[in-house]
Design a binder for this molecule. Sequence first.
Ligand code: FAD
Length: 456
Amino acid sequence: MSEPLKDTVTVVGAGLVGSLLSLYLARRGHTVELLERRADMRRETVDAGRSINLAISTRGLHALRQLGLEDEALKHAIPMRGRMIHPPQGALVYQPYGKDDSQHINSLSRAWLNAFLMTAAEATGKVNIRFKQRVTQLDLGPGALTVHDDATGQVRQETGRVVFGTDGSASAVRQALEKLPGYTGTQEQLGHGYKELTIPPGPGGTFQMEKHALHIWPRGTYMLIALPNEDGSFTCTLFLPWQGPVSFASLDTPERLSAFFDAQFPDAKALIPDLMEAFFSRPTGSMVTVKGAPWRAGGLTLLLGDAAHAIVPFFGQGMNCGFEDCVVLDTLLERGGSWENVFTEFERLRKTNADAIADMAVENFVEMRDSTGDPRFQLRKAVEKVLLNAFPGEFVSRYSLVSFSRVPYRLAYQVGALTDGIVSELTEGLARAEDVDLKRAAELIQSRLAPFLKEH
Ligand code: FAD
């Protein structure tokens, strides 16, 4: 097969995925024009986007490693080795994420990572990032991109290039594909919104809660979470329904908000000095699951990242999945062939996996906000850990496959259903995880899991 030409290509959106994609394309010899609607966040204060920090795990780190960027990123990351559950009353409960501390996820500043990737892309000498360039339309007939230059007020058309759409969940590039006959898709807004709040560092930049954990206050239909930052602070995210008895609509006065935090999150309230001001002045974010196809039009355009498959954030995988998109595309480009063939194969490989992580992310919302506070769930998690250690390589959990491996998401979903069944059966009637029947566990793993893993 012949290799695609070393074309000049256009990437729309210099967020996390667009910046990383540009690096991969530059490494393959392409010249990249990267169009970004916002100002340059390295020079002007701009809203960095959808969250202040995020969790990067094996898939995302692998994508950085291929470009020699992992070590620098990890210098700025804080390992989170488990969940720290804050019940309404009583002691904190710690649930490790993996079989041991080596399996952890990492909290990283979104703004730092985005700026780091943009700078690395520019340093290749092959990526030209143009800021305040807002794409409003892609006309698939002539392949014309309409770009508003918000710095000068001018509007121009660009033609004749392959266009990669990495312009996020409300993608303008995707809108062109949505007009194609045969396009099918759904966009489901979550009935919850989110608000970010800050726990500042303690004296001398100390962490006021356990540093190496993702903190969760599960409360049934809503929850608060907190991730550590390099400077000793934590970014908290409050997820609440938009409407209803406890919701963003109902918490409409400082008195109501204060009483709510006193009742539900007293320990967090004591650590957030500007709660009232922050809650009522900061924007409330919305979350959407975007599922649709096709992601491509001939060899002209391809969607990656949230533009192709926005998911809710409860598995911490949106960016990780988008970074994995870049690795898969790069592997296909390595094999060679026309853009059209590469794009077709990319969608064939990725769509089913993107759909799987989208569904798992929605399921994980229920797990995080509700089940993590349930003692039976905590026992199941403890049993899972015993099995992970007792049967290394034979027993695998869904969480570990998603977060600590690069096994396709679809397979992780299927294996997860089998392992959940095994854990539930072994936990029935059990009081302590240490007492789990390992002989029965071995039988169940051999009879249910091993044949499936062998087949795949
Ligand atoms: P975006 O980050 O949305 O970037 C799109 C870029 O395109 C932006 O720079 C935007 O300005 C630009 N743009 C948009 N429209 C245009 C246009 N018309 N013309 C030009 N430029 C345009 N993922 C994880 O892996 N781990 C986590 O822990 C995690 N936590 C999250 C927490 C929250 C609260 C949320 C909301 C999301 C979280 N995610 C997480 C998901 C993650 O944020 C996204 O998956 C990721 O940002 C997708 O990157 P992207 O580059 O595809 O899109």
